[in-house]
Design a binder for this molecule. Structure first.
Ligand code: FRU
Length: 483
C-alpha cells in the first residue's frame, strides 16, 4: 500500500505458519497499529466517527431493550464444539453470559467484581426479533466454583450430555475492593474448567453435576503473574481443535508478557518499522520519552496433555502487542477456507485506554490472519482493527468507567466484547449509548472478511443492525433435532 503522508508503512508479515510447539511469536507492531490513525479521517466535525465505515459498528438506538431486568449481562458465548460450531441441543439454543445483580447496590462498572456465569436458552426455531431469551440463573451452585468471581470462558459440548465449561477463576481478597471496584490487593487468576451435564425437556434447559478443576496459573516465565504486576491479565480460555493437528486440543487465552512491570524495554520488532521509514520512531525515543513498555498484552497458547482435558502445559504466546496495547481479551480462532487454503483469523477485543503512548484506536474487535495457529499474523486491514464503536479518534482516549469528554462521540463505548460467530455474525454487549448504560446484548452485526480485509455488512438487518442478542446455532445435537 502507499503510505498515508505522515504515517509509516505497516510491518511486513508473511502469514507463514510455524509449528505450534515452536517459539515463534507474531508481533502486532507500532507500525501496524499506527495504520488505525493513518486510516482515520483527521477532518471530521468534532465528535463524529473518524473511522472508516467499513470498520465502524452501526449506531445502537439509545432506547435499546433490556435482555433481563434482574441481571446485567456482558461477555457472552454460545454452547459450541471444539471447531467453533454453535450447537442447538435438543431443539434449544443455549448461551452463557457473565451476569451481575442489577439490584444489589453496586454500579454497572462494579460488575467485574461481582461476576457470575449465568445461562439463557431459547427455542432454536424461535423468532429472534420477538422471542426473549429465558434466564436459567447461575450455572454453578453458590460457592462451588474455584475462586470467588467467575470471568469469561467457553462452553464445549463433549460426548453425550457432557459439557466442559472453561472459565476464569478470579479471586479477590479484599472485600472492600470487591464492593467498590478496583484497587487493593491483587486478585489471583486461574484458568479452570467444570465438567457437568446438560439436560433439556420440552419446557427448559438445565445443568448439573459440575466437577471443577484448576488448569493453569501464570508461570512468570511466559505469562505474567500477579507478583510481577498487580494489574496482570490471565483469563478468557478458548479451547479448540486445529484441523491441521486433529489429535490435539489447544487453548488460546489473554495474558501479559512475563516480567516485573516496568522492566520490559521495547525492541525493534515491537516497533516494526521498515528500514529508513521517515515516519518511524527510534527505539531510544520510544523507550526514553514514552512509557510504552508498560503495555505488554499477549495471546497465550496452551496444549492439553490428557484426554479428559484436566492437564495442560503452556506454549509461548502466539501474539504479543508489547509497546502497543496492554490487553488482548477473549481471543478466539475463526478458520475459513480461502482459495483452497485454511486461513486462521485470530480475533481479540481491546480497549482505547489500554493503548501505549502515541497509539490510538477504538474499543472493539481486532483481527490477525495467518496460515496456522502460530503464524506471522497479518493484522486485518493492515491495522488490526476489524470493528470498533463509533469514535472520534482525533480526540484523546477515554476510559469507559471514567469521566468522558463531552465532545466525544456518545457511542464510543456503545458496545464491547465483540465475539465473531459462524457466518461472520458478531455479538457484543451494550456498555454506554450516549450516557444510557447497558448491561444487555447488542444488536448482532455481520462482518465480511476475506484476504485479510474486513467490512461491515450494512445490508444485514436494518442498516447493518440485526436482532438484539442474536446468537444462532448452526449444528443440531440430540433429541432428533427438536423437542
Ligand atoms: C471483557 C473482560 C474479560 C473478563 C471479563 C471480566 O469484557 O474484561 O476479559 O473475563 O470482562 O468482567
Amino acid at each position: 500500500p502507499a503510505p498515508t503522508p505522515g504515517f509509516p508503512l505497516p510491518t511486513q508479515h508473511s502469514q507463514q505458519a510455524h509449528d505450534p510447539e515452536s517459539d515463534f511469536t507474531s508481533k502486532w507492531t507500532r507500525a501496524d497499529a499506527r495504520q488505525i490513525m493513518a486510516q482515520s479521517n483527521p477532518n471530521v466535525p468534532t465528535g463524529q466517527s473518524s473511522m472508516s465505515p467499513n470498520v465502524t459498528m452501526p449506531e445502537i438506538p439509545q432506547d435499546f431493550p433490556a435482555m433481563n431486568d434482574d441481571v446485567w449481562v456482558w461477555d457472552t458465548w454460545s454452547l459450541s464444539d471444539m471447531k467453533g460450531n454453535q450447537i442447538s441441543y435438543k431443539g434449544w439454543d443455549v448461551i452463557f453470559s457473565l451476569v451481575a445483580d442489577r439490584h444489589a447496590g453496586y454500579s454497572f462498572d462494579q460488575r467485574h467484581w461481582n461476576a457470575r456465569i449465568g445461562f439463557f436458552y431459547r427455542k432454536t426455531n424461535a423468532d429472534p426479533t420477538k422471542d426473549k431469551w429465558n434466564y436459567g440463573g447461575h450455572l454453578f451452585a453458590e460457592g462451588s466454583s474455584i475462586g470467588n468471581t467467575e470471568w469469561s470462558g467457553s462452553t464445549r459440548l463433549m460426548e453425550g450430555d457432557n459439557v466442559n465449561v472453561f472459565y476464569t477463576a478470579t479471586t479477590f481478597y479484599d472485600v472492600a475492593q470487591r464492593n467498590a471496584g478496583g484497587g487493593g490487593i491483587a486478585p489471583d487468576a486461574a484458568i479452570a474448567k467444570a465438567l457437568g451435564q446438560i439436560h433439556a425437556d420440552k419446557d427448559k434447559v438445565w445443568f448439573d453435576g459440575f466437577q471443577h478443576t484448576k488448569l493453569l496459573e501464570p508461570d512468570g516465565k511466559l505469562y505474567q503473574t500477579k507478583t510481577q504486576n498487580a494489574g496482570f491479565a490471565f483469563r478468557d480460555p478458548y479451547p479448540f481443535v486445529d484441523p491441521a493437528h486433529p489429535d490435539k486440543v489447544y487453548m488460546v487465552f489473554e495474558g501479559n508478557t512475563a516480567g516485573t512491570r516496568g522492566t520490559y524495554r521495547c525492541t525493534q520488532s515491537d516497533l516494526g518499522y521498515r528500514e529508513g521509514d521517515p515516519n518511524g520512531e527510534t527505539l531510544e525515543d520510544v523507550n526514553t520519552h514514552t512509557g510504552s513498555f508498560y503495555q505488554t498484552a499477549s495471546v497465550g497458547l496452551a496444549e492439553a496433555d490428557s484426554k479428559d482435558l484436566t492437564q495442560w502445559h503452556f506454549l509461548p504466546p502466539i501474539l504479543t502487542s508489547n509497546c502497543v496495547n496492554d490487553q488482548t481479551e477473549r481471543p478466539q480462532f475463526y478458520i475459513q477456507n480461502e482459495n483452497g487454503q485454511n486461513k486462521y483469523y485470530l480475533f481479540t477485543i481491546s480497549h482505547q485506554f489500554t493503548y501505549a503512548d502515541r497509539m490510538r484506536g477504538p474499543d472493539g474487535v481486532y483481527g490477525f490472519v495467518g496460515n496456522g495457529i502460530r503464524s506471522d499474523f497479518q493484522p486485518v486491514n493492515n491495522s488490526g482493527l476489524a470493528l470498533g464503536s463509533p469514535t472520534d479518534l482525533n480526540l484523546p482516549a477515554n476510559n469507559p468507567s471514567g469521566t468522558i469528554s463531552g465532545q466525544q462521540n456518545g457511542r464510543q463505548f456503545q458496545a464491547y466484547s465483540h465475539y465473531v460467530m459462524p457466518g461472520g455474525l458478531v455479538q457484543s454487549f451494550i456498555d454506554n449509548v450516549n450516557g444510557t448504560r447497558g448491561g444487555s446484548l447488542s444488536p448482532t452485526v455481520k462482518i465480511d472478511f476475506k484476504g485479510g480485509v474486513t467490512q461491515v455488512d450494512r445490508s444485514f438487518g436494518t442498516n447493518g443492525l440485526g436482532p438484539y442478542g442474536y446468537l444462532p446455532t448452526n449444528v443440531r445435537v440430540g433429541g432428533e433435532g427438536l423437542y
